[in-house]
Write a protein that binds this ligand. Sequence first.
Ligand code: FE2
Length: 489
Amino acid sequence: MTDARVVERLRSTLPADDDHPYRTGAWRPQATEWSVDRVEVVEGAIPADLDGLYVRNTENPLHPPITRYHPFDGDGMVHAVRFRDGRASYRNRFVRTEGLVAEQEAGRSLWAGLAESPRSAERTDGLTARGAMKDASSTDLVVHGGEVLTSFWQCGELYRLDPDSLDTRGVTRWDGWFPAEGVSAHTKVDEATGELFFFNYGVAAPYLHFGVVDARGRLVHYEPVPLPGPRLPHDMAITERFVVLNDLPMHWDEDLLPQGIHAVRMHDKPSRLAVVPRRGTAADVVWFEADPTYVLHWTNAYEDGNTVVLEGFHQGDPSPRPNVDDELWMFRYLALDWMQTRLHRWRLDLRTGRCTEERMRDDFTEFGIVSGRLTGRRHRYVYAATGVPGWFLFDGLVRHDVETGEDHHLRLPDGVYGSEPGVAPKVGGTAEDDAYVVTFTTDVAGDRSECLVLDARNIADGPVARLRLPERISSGTHAAWAPGSALPA
Ligand SMILES: [Fe+2]
């Protein structure tokens, strides 16, 4: 790789002999930022009809925790490969959050992490839902208005990144305004209208809001969806006319919240799903009841006549019992097999107000996405990840055909772990699976990382191109694909 350049090395105070299970191996964090203008292709060839940006966020810590690390505490690092004209360039950059900058100066963690008491923190400011946490902007990202927008699962700022350089441009402000509640991860872009949909949640009534930003970046709608108490929604969905929000029975114990204790547990009550017109208000919300579960991620939603069809990953066991003999139990609940995450469909009938649901698969998959062109429209294919038992690691990809029930599997070699994929429609392609599937891999034994390009119709056949990244990257979180047409010229 001739033109890989180190752009910057950030200050890391992590010990050289770090032995934390989620800061070593596939999660070994990086401190180095790279630029590669022409990425080396080690196998196959980059298709000429692949044009766009594959971006992925990563929880990448730079400092030891104050007391106890959780894998969601790391600073946001974005990796991006830009494909065009049969070539590819690569960048990785930290999101220059307020927290990252302050901790770089201090040389230590200033905020408490998810598994720590906020009383231990030197700084407790920020927009996060539970408060007293660093907004690491490390969870999710989308491309909207020609910029990469990173977000945090506990709500926070939307950080704006230049899609070419990945430089952090600052935080999002709509005509100078941004919700005091912040914005949650899992904003949704409607590629047909150019709109961005978002939600936020928090500990103060009305507990949940949603909003719409138009294609020109103007906030055009922001309304409450009142809940009975503080909840922990992680994702939302849209259809052509509606927004789908949720009130699920796994959330903070409300009796403990006044003491500042954020204990998450399942409650004995149904799941509730809200359907609201895209420009609706609290008065327009229609609630549906469903079987109790927790859902981290919806794959998509769409309308079928007067029914809103919602698809996502039902958890058979949202709060697995800890096994205190297992020193890693605290992290096991991140594993797909512990949560028992299965593809599932909820049908919300707007005439009867009733929800019917069905399990679509027996196998555990999660982090499933559909082609961005079909966000809010009926889809046929979901590209999802399979998990290593007991770990938050992806050992393969699956293409679920939700019409026929057929699945195609790509199993990665032992010790090689993938990322949430991006679906890249072929330039000029029209069929839903006339597309490529793109993912990053982390190969621990080989101490390297690659970007794989797969044919969406034949993911089981392995990559049509393998690209070598300049160094091994940490396993990460959410990814997105933006077509070249959505990027600045
Ligand atoms: Fe997520």
